[in-house]
Design a binder for this molecule. Sequence first.
Ligand code: PLP
Length: 391
Amino acid sequence: MRAVDIPARTYRHDMSAAAYFDNGSTTAVANEVIEEMLPFFTAVYGNPASIHSMGDAAAKAISVARKRTASAMGCRPSEIIFTSGGTESDNLAVMGAVIRSGKKKVITSAVEHSAVLEACGRLREMGYDITVIPVDGEGYVDTDGISNAADGDTALVSVMAANNVIGTIQPIAELAKIAHENGALFHTDAVQAFTKTDIDVKRDGIDMMSVSGHKIHGPKGTGALYVRSGVELTPMILGGGQEHGLRSSTENVPGIAGIGKAAELVMLTMDDDVKRMAKMRDKIINEILSIKGSYLNGPVRNRLCSNAHFGFSGVKGNDIVLALSKMGVYASAASACSAGSTEPSHVMTAIGRSAQEALSSLRISLSRYTTEDEVNILLDALPKALRSVRK
Ligand code: PLP
């Protein structure tokens, strides 16, 4: 074994005084996950395809991680494809299923993550017929609209399980039923919902489900796609045939070990964590709504336990984020992929907010590690941040 000296933590941020409310963008990696990953950078660095013992040990680690991830997702290990993240899982599900199907139509919603919307955009360029269904003022997709748009030529209905910006939890079992009545497959992007809502791929009739490691206290650059046995996909990454031929490239063994451990760990205490997060979220919503000029975006009921999203009239969301950051409180104005953007979020305009309202947003997102102390720090800091920005 080669000893690896972990370099001085040059980039380590001193989080001691901070309150972290940007978990929708990414979460802290759990210590248990780091411990699980380390040997695969050091002692067990073999290629899982190699037939010697070190390769075999790496292959075994992948097999353990596949079992853990499958158990958390409620499916068989053979139905899990490890990917490089939620984006790749979404791309593979949408493009892989539609190209393979021989059918011409795809239905999705106006509030999907860009990983789904851009994949649909690429399919449109290739000649497929893409229908984007609107949502109501709370972000719920128009189920009748999906029913009316679907027919025998529909390859896929793709609607996210919970929205990354405003936290709306969609009725995915009902949507899967509509897809199946029309002979279409149903895919859900559960990157935000996985381990925070009650999803059961078998009970809910889901054919494909995307998840991401770094939203559940696993490492960045890791993801998984559940593909129901019998669903056929055209692979997007071609090569050596890893991951049942659906995702070539030498496996990211430490990352896969990490996402597997994270999925197992978070599921152990999910029920309690969800209740605790929901309680803190409600406290945050109640207190922040008492601030003059504030309003809530997204639903009151059936909202992701980890999401609170506000507008503040006459203030720019990015300015609030920067003012909070000076006090060691981390949040975001939009979702991670559009953080820092000066364009209004497509989710906000889809729920009927004006461009100006969309740019006045603040997303507060919690995790299982969020504490009451952090909530109090946030509630103390936010009025100060607003005052300094309004000046
Ligand atoms: N889908 C949703 C709903 C997300 O929130 C994100 C990330 O923010 C993604 C997909 C992309 O996941 P990843 O960063 O793992 O590629």
